[in-house]
Ligand binder design. Sequence first.
Ligand code: TXA
Ligand code: MG
Length: 322
Amino acid sequence: MAKLYNIGAERAEGVAAAASALKQGLLVGLPTETVYGLAADATRPDAVARIFATKGRPRFNPLIVHVASAETAADVAELGDLGEKLAAAFWPGPLTLVAPMRQGTAICDLVTTGLTTVAVRVPEHPVALEVLRSVDFPLAAPSANPSGRVSATTAADVAEELGDRIAVILDAGPASIGLESTIVAIGSEPRLLRPGAITAAAIGEVTGARLRPADANASPEAPGMMRSHYAPSVPVRLNATDLRPGEALLAFGTVIVGADKAAAIINLSERGDLSEAAGRLFSALRALDRAGAPIAVMPIPDEGLGEAINDRLRRAAAPREH
Ligand code: TXA
Ligand code: MG
């Protein structure tokens, strides 16, 4: 079972234990500002293979490389003018850039699943940065959940689902954003592969170019962006304006008439605040999943952070592919 460190009380010991485990090729449950990551040495095939085995992740789904600075990122990927602009504007922070991999990096093929591009990000969470600075290799880190399931936003989520296969978990409290990073592919024109807390509009302002929005109905450009993802095991019905018998309600703002008859009810934000809703989304889906009733989800405005929330909800509601 993983050794769990509470960052508030035992930060130095926790970071040292995490660094030591990573140097041995073992896995660490790592807090980031987006979601908890399942981290390993990105240069060691045995360590990266452990990530895939632990998550049950298909081998064609590449991982994000986490580094401590934009300079280190530039050693891994050819960011180009556009990438450097985005890095300067948003790193450290919840943005992942997909760019051509630099020749001769030590990143192992398993991380990129043999692609010529690599996904890289500088997280903003102080504990993630401290761990990255305590080792002299980049960290491959997918979200710390079994493949296809809802991402982990607390250390308890990580411990519950993957704890018996991880060396160390650092508990720094709930992830502040609660949704995975925005992913942008750098090319002649940038493409949004996954919406997140950094919105398409914010990216467009920096690049001056219109960012082509992710299209949930197009074939996935990020190999791991299956239509069904972030999925609870119970059925999910979107844009519910009524409640059907036996359903649980995932509410937003003022609840619909009849909500008192719901099998369970969680309000993502009573005051209709999108960032509060994003922070609660995955833990709410987990809790309602445990309650076992089908989930009716109230409409959520498709603007700003709402685009990322609705993207995850569409994937949670999509027919299962696995
Ligand atoms: O917020 C986050 O990004 C979190 C934290 C831990 O940093 N990580 C995360 O990783 O969400 P993961 O593995 O759950 O999602 C990574 C996504 C996948 O959809 C994968 O297909 C895509 O990034 N990806 C990775 N490398 C890629 C590449 N070279 N080209 C296109 N997509 C790529
Ligand atoms: Mg994931």
